[in-house]
Write a protein of this length. Structure first.
Length: 509
């Protein structure tokens, strides 16, 4: 499913009416019906609903929802953050239909408007249809006052297409924005759902089909939402006559005296993802820890210096380079000077497709050159900030642009981790994940993810496909943990353990 910017969404609207002959009133009717259905799911057939309408098409959707709610027995109030004379034509027509059915709009100049704002807490649900996709500039007047009153009320909110006050593309607010429990957007997902304030203010969101021609919804955009069927089609098939040597040979270079567990987590994830052969290269203490927890792994002990990998370890690994179909660098390595020297020596001659994670990314941010081989970089927002010389706030404010900037700078596939992780390269559409949950915001999850991606890379998936399929699979495993264990308190080890079940769920069709 494509992710459409404000401009692309507006073009879909225009073409639907002008080229395909879909009346705007029909789209509005179906949008209002979708909003009613979302409200009815929350209220179960009874309650008091306040519908906020603006002067444009979003307000028209709100009037439709108000009319249908009233028809189904709900008590409906309606506040319009504009004057009746300012309503656009389609919005005005929907207002007249709603009014004829018993909805009584109160406009912003009416003395009752402000009094109603102060009494929102007496309602069971608020419908936010104030502003649509085209909102821009700093908010003021009745619209801003309405948004602030909605947020003060503590009443659950269903937002129409976009929470009012959010910039559709950046997800940043325009001075104030509605904090919705649920957002019903139309046609295609929009960027605000995946970045900025919109990540939280959109709440639980869904995409409603309101009658846009399929041809328009299939028009390529700059980003797309990854779907289960696509991932299932990428996962390598295990043939009956296969053996361990044909299912990928992975090298994991990880760990230090202070962080031995990172290598264990990455190795466990790789094994649970179906790697055929795995070798963990690390200092003696790391190898001992891996031996105790992952007996299936082979070990490549490396010389150490002050508890980290020594620079001369590069020659030892290079001697074995031809044995591996993929490699993983970074988890728990630290970014001490010996480690940087080690990576500099090794990567100058490294030709194996690689996942670059954690401390290896921090080394790159200090100027160490990446291998010439195909690579997947897997930064979290802090690591991305260091890679691009920006603040974390700047990265999170526009995750799409940050991901694209990183892939242009380094010429590699980049996976920006976080809610709705993004995979970018320098030519194809960005891919956005939709699995995973907030319970995965804990230590070691990134080590497990890197093990999954490295396994797919070792099994000859293209770096973009390995990164995208890996993050979806990893997130689905986290979702299984949340269902079985609880949304908070499951560990990275639990996610690694659930990887086979998540794979089975992916390919069950």
């Amino acid at each position: 499913m494509w992710i459409a910017t404000k401009e692309q969404s507006q073009e879909i609207d225009r073409r639907a009416t002008e080229e395909f002959g879909v009346p705007a009133m029909v789209l509005m009717e179906r949008a209002g019906l979708a909003v009613y259905e979302a409200a009815d799911q929350l209220l179960k057939g009874h309650g008091r609903v306040m519908v906020f309408c603006g002067h444009g098409n979003n307000g028209g959707d709100g009037f439709v929802a108000a009319r249908i709610l009233l028809e189904h027995g709900y008590h409906v109030d309606c506040l319009v953050a504009a004057e009746e004379s300012h309503l656009r034509e389609e919005c005005r027509l929907q207002m007249l239909q709603a009014q004829a059915q018993g909805v009584h709009p109160i406009y912003s100049s009416d003395p009752r408007f402000e009094r109603k704002l102060e009494c929102l807490g007496h309602h069971d649900l608020i419908i936010d249809a104030l502003l649509g996709l085209g909102a821009e500039g700093q908010l003021h007047g009745p619209v801003k006052n309405s948004i602030e009153a909605i947020n003060r009320s503590g009443v659950p909110v269903v937002s129409v297409d976009v929470p009012s006050g959010l910039d559709c593309n950046s997800g940043q607010d325009l001075g104030a924005s509605v904090w919705a429990l649920r957002t019903v957007t139309f046609g295609l997902p929009k960027p605000f759902l995946f970045q900025g304030v919109g990540l939280e203010h959109s709440g639980y969101w869904s995409v409603a089909k309101i009658g846009f021609p399929p041809e328009l919804l299939a028009t390529p955009c700059s980003a797309k939402l990854i779907e289960k069927e696509w991932v299932a089609g990428l996962l390598p098939e295990r043939f009956r006559d296969s053996h361990k040597g044909t299912n990928g040979r992975l090298l994991i270079v990880a760990g230090s005296n202070q962080m031995r567990g990172a290598a264990i987590l990455a190795a466990k994830a790789a094994l649970r993802s179906g790697i055929g052969l795995i070798t963990v290269a690390g200092i003696e203490s790391v190898c001992q820890a891996v031996m105790a927890h992952i007996p299936e792994a082979t070990l490549l002990p490396l010389p150490e210096r002050e508890g980290v990998i020594a620079p001369e370890a590069a020659d030892l690994i290079l001697h074995h380079q031809a044995q591996f179909s993929a490699s993983l660098f970074g988890p728990g390595m630290t970014h001490e000077p010996p480690v940087k020297d080690f990576l500099t020596r090794l990567w100058n001659r490294w030709e194996v497709p690689s996942v670059i994670d954690a401390d290896a990314l921090n080394a790159v941010s200090t100027g160490i050159n990446l291998p010439a081989a195909p690579c997947v970089l897997t930064p979290h927002p802090g690591e991305m900030a260091r890679l691009l010389g920006q603040s974390v706030e700047e990265i999170q404010a526009d995750r799409f642009s940050s991901s694209f900037a990183a892939t242009k700078k380094f010429g590699k596939t980049v996976l920006l981790k976080g809610p709705y992780s993004i995979v970018a390269n320098d030519s194809d559409p960005m891919m956005v994940n939709q699995t995973g949950n907030s319970g995965m915001a804990s230590a070691g999850m990134g080590d497990v993810l890197s093990g999954v991606i490295a396994t797919l890379l070792a099994q000859e998936l293209h770096p973009d496909e390995a990164a995208a399929a890996g993050m979806y699979w990893h997130g689905l495993s986290g979702d299984l943990c949340a269902q079985e264990i609880g949304h908070i308190g499951f560990t990275a080890r639990d996610v690694a353990t659930h990887l086979p079940a998540a794979r089975a769920k992916l390919i069950e069709s």
